[in-house]
Design a protein around this ligand. Structure first.
Ligand SMILES: *[C@@H]1O[C@H](CO)[C@@H](O)[C@H](O)[C@H]1NC(C)=O
Ligand SMILES: *[C@@H]1O[C@H](CO)[C@@H](O)[C@H](O)[C@H]1NC(C)=O
Ligand SMILES: *[C@@H]1O[C@H](CO)[C@@H](O)[C@H](O)[C@H]1NC(C)=O
Ligand SMILES: *[C@@H]1O[C@H](CO)[C@@H](O)[C@H](O)[C@H]1NC(C)=O
Length: 287
């Protein structure tokens, strides 16, 4: 059932972006001229580690479970992730956005499940534009996420030395927007892993993101369809770095910091929903 829901989400996502492209095509040219992508110094300061990525993909998948089961930390996926102290399962019914916050013995973890809808001004940096549905989704839970991180940090005390923000699919887009703000809220180092993320904003957004947050790995599995939408060039959508591309299910390339490295997922036509739902061969979502 989840599979058909996800297919529907992906298909409606593609349609919305198609309609949207017709609507806003007019100012595309103007944007093209202003774009300045700052690509310097955006490779993460820590190495990519597949073992860590496999744990965080399960935290990302767990966000698809029922809120009460997340709150009790007895959801199906939760059972694979012992030692996690849940602080809160967060849900906004208006935007259908779900997230949770908790901590291990040394990390605070924030994870997002996605939902979606179209491009808007990005309030923290108004020259940039981001996907409207993503931004509304993030904005609808941001204050609860912040309160929950505060609580997690208070409970964890000085043991928590890092904040991790993760998400899969549309949740990856929300995690990208979340981490861009969270890194400014605390002095702790903040990291992110995302899986199968769509493009979140335009190249001006990417330039801004690079300046404030370089510790991001954006994992793409083989022919996963979602990282190919919205299409690059459509309204100047551009991916954030740093992509880690899996050309097969066991080998990966850490791509360059352009966000759109032509030898990575941009080298293939992505049409696979199966690949979207099987990062590292681990089935999504809440299984
Ligand atoms: C989790 O625990 C709650 C309370 O004990 C219970 O009602 C619920 O059915 C459990 N959920 C799962 C998926 O085991
Ligand atoms: C849910 O999101 C809507 C729209 O962003 C917002 O008006 C509302 O206050 C949010 N609800 C909660 C409980 O934060
Ligand atoms: C990324 O790599 C491609 C070729 O693999 C190259 O054309 C492009 O200039 C590189 N970009 C950066 C920012 O390194
Ligand atoms: C990797 O791909 C091969 C061939 O497509 C398949 O037989 C295998 O089960 C896959 N492994 C995982 C972990 O998905």
């Amino acid at each position: 059932m989840i599979k058909s829901i996800i297919s529907c989400i992906i298909i409606s996502f593609l349609m919305i972006n198609f309609c949207n492209s017709i609507k806003i095509n007019g100012d595309g040219q103007q944007q093209q001229q202003q774009q300045q992508i700052n690509l310097e110094n955006s490779l993460p300061s820590f190495p990519y580690d597949q073992a860590v990525a496999e744990i965080f993909v399960q935290f990302s998948y767990a966000a698809y479970c029922n809120g009460p089961d997340i709150q009790n930390w007895n959801c199906t996926t939760c059972k694979n992730l012992p030692g996690f102290n849940i602080v809160s399962a967060i849900f906004n019914v208006t935007t259908n956005t779900q997230a949770f916050v908790g901590y291990t013995n040394n990390q605070v973890i924030v994870s997002f499940r996605g939902s979606m809808d179209v491009e808007t001004i990005y309030p923290p940096y108004p020259q940039a534009k981001v996907h409207d549905g993503f931004y509304r989704g993030w904005a609808s839970v941001s204050s609860q996420v912040r309160t929950s991180i505060d609580t997690a940090l208070a409970k964890c005390g000085s043991d928590c030395k890092e904040i991790w923000v993760v998400g899969h699919s549309l949740g990856a887009a929300l995690a990208t927007l979340c981490v861009a703000e969270v890194q400014g809220w605390y002095t702790l180092p903040t990291y992110s892993y995302t899986y199968g993320s769509p493009r979140v904003g335009d190249s001006i957004f990417v330039g801004y993101f690079n300046q404030i947050h370089k510790n991001n790995y954006r994992v793409v599995n083989q022919h996963d369809l979602v990282p190919h939408v919205p299409m690059e060039g459509l309204l100047d959508y551009h991916h954030v770095p740093t992509e880690v591309y899996y050309p097969t299910n066991t080998t990966y390339i850490v791509c360059n910091d352009s966000g759109e490295d032509p030898i990575c997922s941009d080298s293939v036509i992505g049409l696979s929903i199966y690949d979207h739902l099987h990062y590292f061969g681990i089935p999504c979502c809440c299984k």
